[in-house]
Every structure is written in C-alpha cells, then in structure tokens.
Design a protein around this ligand. Structure first.
Ligand code: TXA
Ligand code: MG
Length: 326
C-alpha cells in the first residue's frame, strides 16, 4: 500500500521495519526496498521480494557520517573527505565491513557499501528507526529502477506492505559507487554524482573498477540490467526523419524529428539538460514499457557528467534485451 510519508506513515514504517518486514522508501536517486540491516531475516526478505541473486550485496543507508562506525571499520581519510563534501547525497562508499553486520547484507564480502541519502523522508525514517537500513533499488532484479512510489507497487505488488510516498525522485539514477577498501579508490558504478566532482575533491583520478565480472562487485556492473520488459535497442545516431514504425516507441534525448513514424515518443530533456534527462530516464522507460509496444529505440546522450550514468543504464538495458530476445 502506498502511504503519505507523514508522521503516521513514518511510524507505521518503523513498526514494520522493527518487526522484520521490508518497506518501500523514497531516496533522492531511486526508491529503495528497506530492511533493518542488523536483522538477517529481514534482509533475506529483500532478496526474496526482489528475486535478487544472493551474490549481489545491498547498500546500507545511514542517517549521517557519524553512523559509519556502526557498519564499517578502518574508515580511511578519503571516506571522511568525500562524506564531508557529498553527504547527504548520491554517493556510495565501499569500506571494510564491521563483522557484526549480518553476512547476507554484504553477500559474504568483507566490505560494505554505505551512503547517507539526502531525501528528507529517508533521513526521517533512518532517525526514527535508529538503525542502518539495507536498501537496494525497489524493483525486481534486473528490471527498471523505480523513481515513483507507483513504480514500486507496480513492480513488486503485494509483497511490499508499505511504500512511503516521497514524490518523484529528484535525481533519478542510482548513486555513484566508489570503492575505498583497496589501495586506490575505484569507480564501480557511474551514477547521480559526477565522477569528476569526486576526483577534484580527492585530488586524484579514480581507477575504473572492473567492468563486467563473472562474480560482479556491483551488479549494476552486470551486462543486462535496468531493463524494461519491452525489447530495447540503442540507436547509433539520433532518430532520423522517417525512422520508426507505429509499433515502436522512441526514447529521445532532446526531441524527435518532425516526420518520424514512431507510435510513441518520450523526450528526456527538450533543452538538453542532463540532470533533467537523468531525473526522467526511468519514468519515461516505465511509461513506454507500459504501452505493450513491439520495441523501444533509444538515443544515447552526450557522455559527460550525468550523461555517463544515463548511457551506462541504457547500454545495460539494451544488452539485457539482446541476451533475452536473440
Ligand atoms: O542510489 C542508490 O544507490 C539506490 C538507493 C536506493 O540508495 N540503491 C541501489 O541499490 O542502487 P542496488 O542494490 O540496486 O545497487 C547496489 C549496488 C549493487 O550494484 C551492489 O553490487 C553494489 O551496490 N554493492 C553493494 N555492496 C557492495 C560491496 N560491498 N562491494 C561492491 N559493490 C557493492
Ligand atoms: Mg538496482
């Protein structure tokens, strides 16, 4: 059930979390499926509800950097520096994990991914619950990420008793993940925080994390993720006049040419604003996916700033389609 995130809604959410249930939680990036990170049973429900493979660890959300020691040990200076610059916000840090944290949260890894979200509802929930919340994106594994409460309900249905409605997500793509557990900081997933901003605060370049691993460090690294049910194909160039067909949808960046033949068109940002495009990405894909089209064709966006996160999601969505619909 979707509920307003007022005092009563928050109280009910805390009651459910304490009882070992999972709750849909808005964040500034995407909606999360939250569980008390210190209840292994509740975290197991997150995996079950999402149909998520158990090798795929969860992100732990905390209310402030002061909570880091609840889940991590040997927090390096670089983490403090990045936390001061970018938290609350769309940055996830991978750190050495506290042994007390249930192993299911980190899928048996000795590291934990942690962030402070900036959405006021997420922060209020964390403070009221007074416990770190493990929360992956609130969608079935491999599917489109939810950027509205309705997306969570549509995707996960009755398995989630309560979704707190925090409105549409402001950023719209997941957090940027930086691994600080090794000798050099590494970018594991491009996301809502521009990696150049991170590099300028760190005063060094980020190593690119391994792209696609057999046992991925970040499943956002799997080829074939973030995919709609409708086959999605990437266009090599912006949609041409005369392209398309009635059964096809177009996900355009700035706008579609005048005489195309697409049945439906969604425009990410008429003005070419990458932040607006990121905020609309999953919402537009959810809408096109709901129309039972034969296919979706998608333009890529300029590969700078948030554009890198957008293209990353589109490439993986198209890859999934290629794998499942040869
Ligand atoms: O913006 C976000 O990060 C959203 C909101 C809800 O906070 N969450 C999110 O969670 O995107 P999820 O589960 O869809 O993606 C979490 C990513 C996965 O790719 C996972 O493998 C990676 O974080 N991750 C978690 N723990 C990790 C670890 N110890 N080492 C490396 N990657 C880790
Ligand atoms: Mg996800």
């Amino acid at each position: 059930m979707i509920r307003p995130a007022d005092e009563a809604g928050l109280r009910e959410a805390v009651r459910l979390l304490k009882a070992g249930s999972v709750v849909g939680m808005p964040t500034e990036t995407v909606y999360g499926l939250a569980a008390d990170a210190f209840q292994a049973g509740a975290c197991a429900r997150v995996f079950a509800v999402k149909a998520r493979p158990s090798f795929d660890p969860l992100i732990v959300h905390v209310a402030e950097a002061g909570w880091l020691e609840r889940v991590a040990v040997r927090v390096p200076d670089a983490a403090r520096v990045l936390a001061r610059a970018f938290w609350p916000g769309p940055l996830t840090l991978v750190l050495a994990r506290r042994p007390e944290l249930p192993g299911i949260v980190t899928a048996g890894l000795d590291t934990v991914a942690v962030r402070v979200p900036s959405h006021p509802v997420a922060l209020a929930l964390l403070r009221m619950a007074d416990t770190p919340l493990a929360a992956p994106s609130a969608n079935r594994f491999g599917g489109l990420s939810p950027t509205r409460a309705e997306h969570v309900q549509l995707g996960l249905g009755k398995a989630v008793e309560l979704v707190l409605d925090g409105g549409p997500c402001r950023i719209g793509v997941e957090s940027t993940i930086v691994d600080l557990s090794g000798p050099e900081p590494a970018l594991l997933r491009p996301g809502g925080l521009d990696s150049e901003a991170i590099e300028s605060v760190l005063g060094r370049t980020l190593r690119q994390g391994p792209a696609v691993l057999e046992r991925p460090l970040a499943p956002g690294q799997l080829a074939g993720h973030y995919a709609p049910a409708t086959p999605l194909r990437l266009l090599a160039a912006p949609a041409a006049v005369d392209s398309g067909a009635a059964g096809l949808g177009l996900l355009a960046f700035q706008g579609a040419p005048g005489h195309h033949h697409y049945g439906e068109v969604e425009i990410l940002s008429a003005t070419g604003d990458l932040a607006e495009a990121a905020a609309r990405l999953f919402d537009c894909l959810h809408r096109l996916d709901g129309l039972r089209l034969d296919g979706i064709e998608a333009e890529t966006v300029p590969s700078r700033g948030l554009g890198r996160a957008i293209n990353d999601r589109l490439i993986r969505a198209a890859e999934r389609t290629r794998v499942e619909h040869p």
